[in-house]
Every structure is written in C-alpha cells, then in structure tokens.
Ligand binder design. Structure first.
Ligand SMILES: Nc1ncnc2c1ncn2[C@@H]1O[C@H](COP(=O)(O)OP(=O)(O)OP(=O)(O)O)[C@@H](O)[C@H]1O
Ligand SMILES: [Mg+2]
Length: 474
C-alpha cells in the first residue's frame, strides 16, 4: 500500500483509478479521511472536541456509492468495515443488533494491527523458524548430540563454535570435526532452499492455529445470541496443544514462522493498540441506509426499521460498546452512510440521526460518456476483465472505439427503456454481447477477435431490445 497518510488529493487520485466521475463524493470522503489525521496532530484537549463530520452519500442505484466504499477500504489503512444497515434489527428482535458493527470494526482493527506487528517481527520469525527446522534435521540425522554449543550465523549460513576457553582442552576429536562439517553443509543447504522438498517430522500447534487465534462459536451471533462473553472465555483458553506432522520443509516454514511470530507479539499490546486505532481512526461505511426508513413491514412483521435507527443513534452520537477486547468508545468513529433514497428521502430519517450526518453529497446519474469511461478506464474495467479472461484461451480480444461507444449507447438506452440500474447495465450488456464468443473461445486459440460497432449491433440488435428479457424487466 502507499504511504500512511495521503493528502485529500492523493486519496482522490487513488479513487480515480477505479471510480469514474463522482468527484464531489470522492472529495468529501478524501477530506473526511484526512481529517482523522489532522485531528491526531492537535493537542489532546482540543482533539477530544473535534468530532468527525459524518457523510451521507445520496444517489441513484449503480452509480458508484458502494464502489467508492470498497476502494476507500483498500486506501484507508485504517480500521474499516462496510456494513449494510438493512442487515440489522432492533435490539431484542431476531437478527444482528447494531452494536455488532462496532465489534466488527474492532476485529478489523485487531487484524490490521496484528498484521503490522507480524511484518515487524517477520525477519526474526524466519530466522527462528529455520533454527527450529534445523534442529529437527540435526536430530533425524543424529548430528545433534555434540557437547559444544553451536552457533549458526544466518547471514553467512556458517556454523561456528565459541573459541575454546583457555585451560579447557580444545576440541580435537576428528569425528566431531567431521560432524561439524556436515552440520555446516546441512545448514547451508537448508538456508539456500535446497532441502525444501524434504519431509520433516515436526511438532506444531494443533490444527495449525496459532496461539493468538481467538476462536469464537461461529454463527451464534446470527442466531441472535450475544457471544461476546462466550468469545471472551474462549479466547483465553491457552491453546498449547501440539501435534507432530510430516510435511515438507517448504510447507513447514510458513507454519513455524507464524508460530514464532506469534510468540514475539504480545496480544495485550495488540488489543490496546487496536482499540485506540478503532476509536480514533475507525471508519464505518453504512450502506443501504435508506432501507431502514419506514415503519414495520417489508422484511417481516417483527422488524421495526425505525427501531434500528433509534438503536443506531447512540452509536453515531458516541457511546461505549462492549467488545471482547474491552469497551470501545464510538465518539470519534467516522460514519459514511450511503443510500439510493428512491423510495424515501433523507429527511425521513429520524431527525436526531439526520443531524449526525452533516455532510451530504449527491452522486450524479451516469451519462453515456461516463459509460464509455467506465468500460475502459478503471484499472480492472470490464473490458480489461474480459480481455484477461479470453487471453487464458489464447484469444486476443480487441475493442474498437466505435465498439465501445456502441456498447455504452445500448446500455444507456436500455436503462432508459427498462429500469435504470446504472453502470450495472454494462455488465449485462457486455456479457450478452460476448456470450457466444465466450462459448467458442476455447476452440479459437491463436485468433484475434475484434469487437467493433458492427459486431456489437449484430450480437445485441440495434436497441438491445431483447424480447426474451423485456417481460422480466431486466
Ligand atoms: N462511477 C463509477 N465508476 C466505475 N464503475 C462504476 C461506477 N458506478 C458504478 N460502477 C460499476 O457498477 C457496479 C455497481 O456500482 P455500485 O455497487 O457502486 O452501485 P451503488 O451506487 O452502490 O448502487 P446501489 O444503490 O444499488 O447500492 C460496480 O460494481 C462498478 O463496477
Ligand atoms: Mg450499493
């Protein structure tokens, strides 16, 4: 990833690589992200009073709201979760309660911090892991019971022993000297990777789980049981059970490195740092917020959507949420909410909640010209995706400018005729355009297929009025 704290312009430009247009939204999230860093530079008394300016992204379906969130997650280098507001239900009802999003954020922070720590200790962990494997090799070869302490130098791959202390007899034994030579050679080969395919019998933690891994009963949360306390108890059971496995050295390396890394990082320190990061840098992207407008109904008689809003309120306003790593205050967590708001308006959110989203950004509907850009410009644009897929069959897929223009035009028109699903339409149009070619591609290795306006028109018809699909309002 790039540097730790990008400027708004850098964040904007990174988003630009994936999301076409929607500059206002990009600028808003870029500023919000940067403001986390700015606040951190203030003196603590002032910082305590600077609350994040939560953002509400409003825009029709398929114009890039969720896409911005996904890309932001990769850029942010901060604890980040993207959740769907519609997935929650009021406390006391069947379903996930809203506080679980804070616990999810905490988990995200823990894994972020753990990863950072692991990187820091990874060189040492590699070294220790090799030493352990080396010891195992010595044992299996009967080279291990030598009275003199051996030292391995991992820089040079050389083994040496301490200079004989004066008065003690120097080691002169010829057998021993030979054994030392063998060990030397063994370590050199191990270090150089020459022994990677050799099978070793090695003791590792049971089930390959590191002792940092915290197991929680899976799925119980989905059943509406608060598992925090359970998980807490679970996480504290020391998992010292080991087992012996026969695996190649290449397979053993990462496992043992993981174990050694875990030994060097302190879970309590990770929890403390993660908690601090989640509280001060954490970002929660609250997608589909418009789906929690309106009274009961919709998803079932039990679900009160306004109830979810009311549960959400304290979290957005700032409260303490119990997590298995301790209480987490939510005051400085940044919330970015998004919704299409085609059935309801933002002003239908309960007033207190509206007030907590002071930054409102409307995303623009996409134009035909945007469609052209979306097809071609993003790093993993649809066109690039199909080209990559076809290249696996050794087929070169080429798109002419007029071919792209025709695809965009047809997609745009289809959005007007049937339902407007934004850029998602491009996926259905392109897939349909290429479906026969996809079928035949495996037999056309070596060929170049050119997708021009003529081919698009032949495959899709002038308007892409697919009589088969129209009745289904696709
Ligand atoms: N501005 C854009 N630039 C690039 N790709 C886009 C853009 N808008 C939409 N897309 C493409 O369309 C797909 C759907 O977009 P996205 O998921 O962001 O829609 P949304 O705005 O969240 O809509 P909804 O309200 O239905 O959730 C994305 O996977 C993305 O590939
Ligand atoms: Mg979305």
């Amino acid at each position: 990833m790039t540097t730790r704290h990008q400027t708004p312009r850098e964040i904007h430009d990174l988003l630009d690589e994936y999301v076409v247009g929607q500059n206002k939204a990009k600028r808003a999230v870029a500023v919000a992200l940067r403001n986390r860093w700015r606040r951190r530079q203030l003196d603590p008394v002032m910082a305590q009073d600077v609350y994040p300016k939560n953002i509400l992204l409003i825009g029709p379906t398929g114009v890039g709201k969720t896409e911005i969130a996904r890309r932001l997650a990769a850029i942010a280098n901060a604890p980040f979760v993207k959740v769907e507001a519609s997935k929650y239900s009021e406390v006391g009802y069947h379903g996930r309660d809203v506080e679980s999003m804070i616990r999810d954020l905490m988990e995200s922070a823990v894994s972020l911090v753990r990863q950072e720590h692991a990187v820091r200790v990874s060189a040492k962990a590699k070294e220790y892991a090799e030493e352990r494997i080396f010891q195992t090799l010595l044992e299996t070869r009967g080279l291990d019971d030598v009275p003199v302490e051996m030292h391995a130098d991992y820089e040079t791959g050389r083994i040496w022993r301490p200079e004989p202390v004066e008065g003690e007899p120097a080691v002169e034994d010829a057998d021993e000297a030979e054994a030392a030579g063998e060990r030397n050679e063994l370590l050199r080969r191990l270090h150089g990777g020459e022994l990677d395919n050799e099978i070793v019998e090695i003791e590792i933690l049971d089930s390959g789980l590191s002792n940092l891994t915290i197991m929680g009963p899976q799925g119980t949360e989905a059943m509406g049981i608060d598992t925090t306390a359970l998980q807490e108890a679970w996480g504290r059971i020391p998992m010292a059970k080991t087992k012996t496995r026969k695996i190649t050295i290449a397979e053993a390396r990462p496992i043992i490195e993981g174990e050694e890394a875990d030994k060097m990082v302190d879970p309590d320190a990770i929890a403390r740092e993660a908690s601090e990061r989640a509280a001060n840098d954490g970002i929660i992207f609250l997608d589909e917020i418009d789906k929690i407008i309106g009274g009961s109904g919709g998803d079932g008689p039990d679900v009160s959507r306004e109830g979810v809003q009311r549960d959400l309120l304290p979290i957005v306003e700032g409260c303490a949420v119990y997590t298995k790593y301790g209480n987490l205050r939510t005051d400085h967590i940044l919330f970015i909410a998004a919704g299409a708001f085609h059935l309801h308006k933002p002003r239908e959110l309960i007033p207190e909640l509206q007030g907590r989203f002071p930054v409102r950004v409307a995303l623009s509907p996409l134009t035909e010209a945007d469609f052209v850009r979306i097809l071609t410009e993003p790093r993993n644009s649809l066109v690039r995706q199909y080209q990559a897929l076809f290249s696996t069959e050794n087929v070169k897929l080429e798109f002419t400018e007029d071919g792209i223009a025709q695809l965009a035009a047809i997609a745009f028109r289809a959005n007007g005729i049937t339902q407007n699903i934004g850029a998602r339409r491009l996926m259905t149009i392109l897939e349909k355009c290429l479906e026969d070619l996809s079928f035949d591609a495996s037999e056309r290795g070596g060929e170049t297929i050119t997708v021009d306006a003529a081919l698009v028109t032949t495959n899709l018809g002038e308007t892409a009025d697919d009589e088969d699909l129209i009745p289904y309002d696709m």
